[in-house]
Design a binder for this molecule. Structure first.
Ligand SMILES: [Cu+2]
Length: 246
């Protein structure tokens, strides 16, 4: 073996070192970009609208904010009711976004227009209203504290992450189903707010400090993979989402 043939000049050594470093930077960059896009939120954030009014609850004054959502049996119904943001799959879905941003230490009023039918909750607990101001929700103008397990179409169940030190926040609201005939066609409702096609559900809760929370539906509305918790129930952005308190 000839020593001269295998010895790089100093200049070549420097050049290959630089190429090596650049390659390393490129690889790290590419991996970082891929991870970032994989974890990026596919939905535009839906910001609650702040109100100039305040409200007093248990002797304490809170600023007010409001946010409106819809629950639709399929993509076309979502579009028909002006919810275009979501969703590639023709599944039951919340809209216009499943990532909601709420102000901290605020009395938040959420309105959900709901258009789906349902069968039966597998856990009647989720038929109860929990965590709202007064322990009630308003359905088509009437205050109620629960819904029978066989009258629920989906739930809005908001909770914290197990590992955080942020303020607790928990809300469970069952959503009244729309009745159907024997063929499965939707029957008209009495709720003008949904053009007689659904129900209007309104409830309020008070946010704590800043934090990241999640919500999901607890009605088994997915496919049979996990006894109703497959498909749509296991996919982000249809029956689940985030709540950022900012
Ligand atoms: Cu659901």
């Amino acid at each position: 073996m000839s020593g001269t043939n295998t010895t790089m000049t100093a200049g070549k050594r420097t050049a290959s070192a630089i190429v090596g470093v650049l390659l390393g930077v490129a690889v790290v960059g590419a991996v970082g970009f891929t991870l970032h896009s994989a974890s990026a939120d596919p939905q535009k954030k839906l910001y609650a609208t702040k109100d100039s009014a305040t409200i007093s609850v248990d002797g304490k004054s809170y600023p007010k904010a409001a946010v409106t959502l819809g629950v639709y049996p399929d993509r076309q119904t979502a579009i028909d009711h002006g919810s275009t943001a979501n969703n590639k799959k023709d599944w039951v879905q919340y809209g216009p976004s499943t990532h909601i941003v709420l102000p901290a230490h605020t009395y938040v009023t959420m309105t959900i227009h709901v258009y789906d039918s349902g069968e039966k909750l597998n856990n009647p607990y989720f038929g109860r209203v929990v965590g709202t101001v007064g322990g009630t929700m308003n359905v088509d103008g009437q205050d109620v504290t629960s819904i029978p397990a066989d009258q629920v179409q989906h739930t809005f169940t908001l909770h914290g992450l197990p590992t955080t030190s942020q303020d607790p926040l928990y809300v469970n609201v069952p959503l009244l189903r729309v009745s159907t005939n024997e063929k499965g066609d939707f029957l008209p409702t009495t709720d003008a707010g949904t053009k007689l096609q659904g129900h209007t559900v309104t409830f309020s809760f008070i946010t704590g400090g800043k934090g990241e929370y999640v919500w999901n539906c607890e009605y088994p509305c997915g496919d049979g993979t996990y006894q109703g918790f497959g498909a749509v129930m296991g996919s982000y952005g249809y029956m689940s989402g985030k709540v950022s308190v900012a």
